[in-house]
Ligand binder design. Structure first.
Ligand code: NAP
Length: 298
């Protein structure tokens, strides 16, 4: 198949990029091995997407998809298997057809690293969360456990301390990886307590929701929610050895250009410090605009 712009990944970044590209008159193909929507499909309720009152992740994903197809975007359930330069353009082998494109927008997203302890999967969406801004407001006045010691854990513990009655940070080492300024702010918060040099051995609940976590010292810590921030894993394996990556994240400039001319990256897979549906959609729009400029130079 031949197209002008190939978008790899059909989450908010990919579908936003595809919509902008198709609306600008480009023959645009978006591919994803899973249903369109990306991580939106795992979010029960979204109330912070601008212009959209509280809705389900599924409903928002559907509306992204409908809008994209209304502009003429073609969506295929294909996984990308390899990418190569083909003159000024690209050739991408997929689980479906081989695709030739003048520009490629890579928006394959990222997955949250999991703890892998008993109870984590069972209570996902019932108190176990990987997103403070998405789920924190559901735990106003409740007891919250936060797992991790990086910037995300510290930043989000501070955010959650404004909502929860108490926040317990559980970190496997006695030193934090996160920035000193964030550590200082965490220490100054009266309702945040630290449990250092400890891991979560299991997440306990009553079937409906989380009730406590069991720590590696054998003690049980009562809580109503467990927010897990132990890093994210970018879905960037396709670009290894092809484009510049930083700890797996695709390096871009602020215009979403990667180290390879004609290849753009958008959303969670790229190097950025704030990962939200709205920032992913904004990245997608910027990437499509740059792809347009690139194609015009060919
Ligand atoms: P991160 O920096 O990789 O930190 C992950 C944390 O989780 C580390 O403290 C790590 O412990 C811990 N961890 C990893 N695997 C674990 C496991 N299996 N069990 C228990 N703990 C585990 O990830 P992040 O905090 O999500 O940050 C990702 C990137 O975004 C970073 O570059 C960060 O600087 C950036 N970021 C920046 C800001 C900001 O500037 N405001 C905000 C958020 C994120 P160890 O320390 O022992 O390895």
């Amino acid at each position: 198949m031949i197209c002008d712009i190939l978008v790899i990944g059909a989450g908010p970044a990919g579908l936003s990029a595809a919509s902008y590209a198709a609306r600008a008159g480009y023959n645009t193909l978006a591919i994803d091995s899973l249903a369109p929507g990306g991580q939106l499909l795992y979010i029960d309720e979204i109330e912070n997407y601008p212009g959209q009152e509280s809705t389900s992740g599924y409903a928002l994903a559907e509306s992204f998809e409908k809008q994209a197809t209304s502009f003429g975007v073609k969506i295929e359930f294909w996984g990308a298997e390899s990418i190569e330069k083909d003159g000024d353009g690209f050739v991408v082998k997929t689980t479906g057809e081989e695709v030739k494109a003048k520009a490629v927008i890579f928006a394959a997203g990222a997955r949250h690293r999991h703890l892998g302890c008993p109870g984590e999967e069972e209570y996902q969406g019932k108190g176990v969360s990987y997103c403070a801004t998405c789920d924190g407001p559901f735990f106003k006045g409740r007891r919250i456990a936060v797992v991790g010691g990086g910037d995300t854990a510290l930043t989000d513990a501070l955010y959650l301390s404004k909502l929860g009655s108490e926040v317990h940070i559980i970190h496997r080492r006695t030193e934090f990886r996160g920035q000193k300024v964030l550590q200082d702010r965490v220490m100054a918060k009266e309702n945040i307590s630290l449990h250092l040099g400890l891991t979560v051995e299991r997440i306990n609940g009553n079937g409906k929701g989380v009730t406590s976590v069991t720590l590696s010292d054998g003690k049980e810590l009562e809580c109503d929610a467990v927010f897990i921030f132990v890093g994210i894993i970018p879905n960037s394996e396709l670009l290894e050895g092809f484009a510049e990556l930083d700890r797996g994240f695709v390096v871009t400039d602020s215009s979403m250009r990667t180290s390879v001319p004609g290849l753009f990256a958008a959303g969670d897979v790229r190097t950025t410090s704030f990962r939200q549906v709205v920032t992913a959609a904004g990245d997608g729009a910027a990437a499509a605009h740059q792809a347009d400029e690139y194609i015009q130079t060919l």
